[in-house]
Design a protein around this ligand. Structure first.
Ligand SMILES: [Cu+2]
Length: 339
């Protein structure tokens, strides 16, 4: 094998150039400053060395101009680094709105990925080129960190909290992915490959795999019935719990007057520890599902709730006057609409 010792991993995402430019600037700046200061120390030590036993140093009264110059220039450089770093940080932290939504679960010692259509993989991830990919990740046990060196993105994956990482691949090929947080005896095995494909190839790959029988939203809908969520959350008002249609991305008012945005994190908390945040106007009677629903299934329920967009569907034809219908019948009509 020829000598294969690259200084940098391959640059295969839209982020790679930005991260490398900042990194190289920092290295060059540090090297320049070290040489400048080290050189000046060495030069002065030699040039102004004590030449005879009875030599007395000359007085030096300072220079305002010099003080200003060597304060202002470093300040300007630090500010440049701050704003430049912030710009790259924001670009990394804000996935574009049209990103494909993947999920990842880290556990000792593997990565489980799920594609938007429900296809699943372990330690390997296939993605299409030229398309922003957003991965919402959570850990099932200890802290892990999802790292794609060729894309120059890395994000800690924590138990009990969602984090997201996004990238857009710019080169087809197969690249490493790693867990970058020491997480136990077999941490070093917690890695694999991310395979970047042309969009048509990706479609073919999706079609060729053991096709997911259900989309995550469909699987979530099934769980919603199995776990009896439907008994309290009707597709309309009048249930013991709030209707969930169209809540995603909206504000919800809590019984203590606070307003929170319904996002993935809020939904997860509402399902696992409902007592933490009680929706205004409702009783804290939702059972806690902590420890009873796997992270995979929480993802599915969330995807299902997200898929319930738009206004509420009125029962068949919308002509049912609920006041004339016995309570049970109205309930049935509303539940039937739940996909
Ligand atoms: Cu790990």
């Amino acid at each position: 094998m020829p000598l294969d010792f690259p200084l940098f991993p391959e640059a295969a995402s839209t982020m790679a150039g930005q991260v490398d430019a900042l990194y190289i600037f920092l290295v060059v700046l540090s090297a320049f400053m070290s040489l400048l200061i080290g050189g000046a120390v060495f030069y002065c030590a030699v040039r102004y060395r004590r030449r005879s036993e009875d030599e007395i140093g000359s007085n030096f009264h300072g220079s305002i101009l010099l003080e200003i110059v060597w304060s202002a220039i470093p300040l300007a450089i630090c500010l440049l680094l701050f704003f430049w770093g912030a710009k790259v940080f924001f670009a990394q932290s804000r996935p574009p709105a049209d990103a494909l939504e993947f999920t990842a679960i880290g556990k000792q010692w593997m990565w489980k990925f799920q594609h938007p259509d429900g296809q699943r993989e372990i330690n390997t991830l296939h993605v299409p080129i030229g398309q922003p990919i957003k991965i919402t990740a959570i850990s099932q046990d200890v802290i892990h960190s999802l790292y794609f060196p060729a894309f120059r993105v890395k994000k800690d994956v924590l138990p009990g909290r969602y984090t997201t990482v996004w990238f857009e691949a710019t080169k087809t090929g197969s690249y490493h992915l790693f867990c970058a947080e020491f997480c136990g005896a077999e941490h070093s095995k917690m890695g694999g490959q991310v395979v970047v494909l042309e969009p048509e190839e990706y479609e073919r790959w999706l079609a060729g795999g053991a096709a997911a029988s259900q989309s995550p939203a469909e699987a979530g809908a099934a769980l919603f019935e199995q776990l009896a969520c439907v008994t309290c959350h009707l597709d309309g008002d009048g249930g013991r719990g709030p209707a969930l249609r169209g809540i995603y991305g909206e504000d919800v008012t809590l019984n203590d007057g606070r307003t929170v945005v319904v996002n993935d994190e809020y939904l997860r908390e509402s399902i696992l520890t409902p007592a933490e945040k009680i929706v205004a106007g409702f009783q804290p009677l939702m059972p806690t599902y902590k420890g009873q629903i796997s992270e995979e299934n929480v993802f599915k329920l969330i995807t299902y709730i997200k898929s319930l967009s738009g206004g509420r569907e009125t029962p068949a034809g919308g002509a049912v006057d609920e006041s004339n219908v016995p309570q049970d019948a109205a309930t049935d009509a509303a539940t039937e609409d739940t996909p």
